[in-house]
Write a protein that binds this ligand. Sequence first.
Ligand code: ARG
Length: 292
Amino acid sequence: MDDIVSAAGSPHPPKRFLLCSPDNFDVTFEINPWMTTERRPDREKSWREWNGLVAELRAAGAAVHHFPSLPGLSDMVFPTDVGVVDGNRFVRGRFRHPERRDEAAHGATWLLEHGFTEIPWPDDPNMYLEGGDAVRFGDVLLCGNGPRTSPAAAAHLSRVLDIPVVTVPIVDPRFYHLDMSFCPLDDRRAIYAPDVWDVEGQRVVEKLVPEPLIISIDEALTFSANSVVIGRTVVMPACPPRIRSALEDWGFTVRVSPVDEFLKAGGGIRCMALDLDLLGRSGHLSPLVQVE
Ligand code: ARG
């Protein structure tokens, strides 16, 4: 069930993630171009890949928490979308598709039970937010916009989290969350696939990232941008050779943790690991991880 591991001896609090186990993982509906109910995930293989991912994240020094899903919540293995969490507070996701709406409550219950405080939404039914669209780069929150998140929701995040938000309009429906085309590496570098966005989005990101690793649509289709970075380790669903050598030249270690069963639902590693400290601000740590 709930399980906490911290990086022994580390002088910094470990990076914390929340995962949801694949108890009820399946492809039972089609809400993105990757999903077809004709191609269902294999149960045993899903568990193997999920356990492998937990082990890789821990080996990289992360604190991994996890919780089970509920019957019927077949996409709950992608808890990144249930909200935007920053230290000890969170904004609950507002899913675009009714098929995923109950996940927000299930994720919020875990967060509330573990000491996080919820920041309420204004009473506006037209705001949508899925956590996969929220990606921090330096002092800015990038917010994917279009398929799953509305501009008004991005403005709300900026207000309540007190951070500048840059919206990036997504035009390629295969990459319906920003975390499929943008992966921050550190405060200067990021992997990204500009062809996924409209021209304005390309322009703002180009201005923002001093040292980009620009990838093609074909490279992004491997889910290589849907990765998690822990210190200098990048845990990736796949890593084409050109991307690997660029990352290694920059001093990163690449760890590939295949999650092919989850790709059938259109989600990779970043979707499977909710970052509990998205904005990385100190002073917001919840009691989840005791730091000596
Ligand atoms: N089947 C899920 C959906 O379409 C996949 C979620 C992927 N999540 C992400 N953060 N990219 O919503």
